[in-house]
Design a protein around this ligand. Structure first.
Ligand code: ATP
Length: 458
């Protein structure tokens, strides 16, 4: 008898042979002489039928007593069934219970979101949550696949940093390197006493990274095209459906790539990701009841490019009060893309609303060569990119204008002293991307264990 994964059942050579599945019971319906067990094994879901008379009495009795989320090993024969989501069902012949679960807290009824988030360690098992993480996995793999195919290599940027990259208001400080003062209760209870200074840092704190971009810029001079993928941290003080305090970001950076080519890479990457998800996650998209029309359009490419100036005019006509020198607000990012059936680019924002490292537009010095990719259906910004300022003097001026500590950026300025070249890059906030692809209302379920202003557990 062979052990199989549920996902591989449609590929079985013969259905005559009995197979073994190891997994968990996620639902059960019973009517006297028959049990319908819904079983999941981490790779998929299958309905298992247990008929009295067809199995030993003790096996039927075990099924009677089986509770939600008990871990089990089942033996049986798979059979085709067109009504089943996977096209297959299974007739049980034998059952072993590994552990009988007691009063699983998540029952087949409506639970409040806070209850579910408190039980996130268990909620992850539910079919929709399962589907979201499978799609997230496809997106991550697609990013690696596409960038590797384009000659980008993965470079890991640091998590502990001495400076801000994306504005000082959302920095997460961590004591660095702290001394530990014993509270006199043995080793168990100790308190942080940040040093006023350490050998490696002239401040008592380091900051958790907000983005690896600046470090990637250093790496392009060694490897030409690089990317990183890792957790980033922003102490977001507002409670919104789009913000986490810990989220995963992919930054890509390339030497000798200018603004428009940078946007082309972002579009091709998005096309590659969406195509892969449509191809590999059909079942998961169905489980999420995702309307895939706009994903199908997004997989076609040909994304419209609109200047910030133009975008403001259109958005004003749609009722927004945003003005020509403003950043695009969350609401504007929602209303404008609703006019389009696939992602759009907004380019060339006013210099004063964007980060210091963006290159100024030679045709209009009050603007920068940046782009935001906005998802359709009101999901807002999914990628932010720009050509980077490669001129030493202009960059230094911007750092000073932003009142950033020049000393901390000396190494970054060095990159403009030794072989500076035009270069560009972009960042994808993975969870915003997953929110869009899965068609979710809130970002919180796109990550296994969300960290938000009001949530650090479990
Ligand atoms: P916003 O204005 O929406 O807060 P931002 O302009 O600060 O975002 P960037 O600095 O451009 O965002 O960050 C790069 C990407 O990281 C964004 O495109 C977005 O997808 C994502 N991102 C930024 N902040 C968060 C957050 N708090 N939670 C989840 N994703 C985020």
């Amino acid at each position: 008898m062979v052990q199989v994964f549920i996902k591989d059942i449609p590929k079985l050579q013969s259905l005559d042979e009995e197979v073994i599945i190891k997994g968990w019971l996620f639902n059960k319906r019973s009517s006297g002489k028959i049990h319908f067990l819904q079983v999941r094994d981490g790779t998929g879901f299958i309905q298992v039928i247990v008929e009295k008379g067809n199995v030993k009495d003790n096996v039927f009795q075990s099924c009677n007593e089986l509770t939600l989320e008990s871990s089990i090993i089942i033996e049986g024969k798979a059979k085709k069934d067109d009504r089943a989501p996977s096209g297959f069902e299974m007739d049980l012949t034998d059952l072993k219970v590994i552990q009988l679960a007691h009063e699983y807290p998540i029952q087949k009824k409506e639970h409040g979101i806070e209850f579910l988030l408190d039980n996130r360690h268990l909620w992850l098992r539910s079919p929709k949550q399962w589907a979201i993480q499978r799609i997230r996995n496809t997106i991550i793999n697609s990013i690696f696949e596409y960038l590797n195919s384009q000659g980008f290599i993965k470079i890991d940027s640091p998590i502990l940093t001495p400076t801000a990259c994306e504005g000082t208001t959302t920095l997460f400080p961590v004591p660095y390197i702290p001394s530990w003062k014993d509270e006199g209760k043995g080793d168990a209870i100790k308190v942080f006493v940040p040093n006023s200074k350490t050998e490696s840092n002239d401040k008592p704190f380091a900051f958790l990274t907000q983005s690896g971009q600046l470090y990637l810029e250093a790496a392009i001079f060694a490897h030409r095209r690089v990317f990183d993928f890792g957790p980033t941290f922003r102490a977001e003080k507002s409670k919104t459906r789009r913000h986490l305090t810990e989220f995963w970001m992919m930054d890509a950076e390339a030497a000798f790539v200018e603004h428009r080519e940078n946007m082309k890479i972002q579009e091709e990457l998005t096309v590659a990701i969406v195509k892969n998800v449509l191809d590999k996650n059909t079942k998961e998209l169905e489980m999420l009841k995702r309307n895939i029309k706009s994903l199908e359009n997004s997989a076609q490419g040909k994304y419209t490019i609109i200047t910030h100036k133009e975008a403001i005019k259109i958005t004003n006509k749609l009722g927004s009060k945003v003005s020509e020198r403003d950043d695009f607000g969350a609401e504007d990012e929602t209303i404008l893309p609703k006019e389009f059936d696939r992602p759009i680019f907004i380019e060339k924002y006013p210099k004063e609303v964007k980060a210091f490292y963006m290159k100024e537009d030679a045709n209009d010095k009050s603007r920068v060569l940046n782009d935001d990719m906005l998802a359709p259906e009101g999901y807002g910004e999914i990628i932010g990119g720009s050509q980077r300022e490669d001129d030493y003097d202009k960059l230094l001026k911007r750092i000073k204008e932003e009142k950033l500590p020049v000393k901390d950026f000396e190494w970054y300025l060095d990159l403009r002293k030794y072989g500076s070249v035009p270069h560009s890059g972009f960042g994808i906030g993975l969870e915003r991307y997953v929110t869009w692809i899965c068609g979710l209302k809130h970002i919180r379920t796109t990550i296994p264990f969300p960290r938000m202003i009001n949530r650090l557990r479990p």
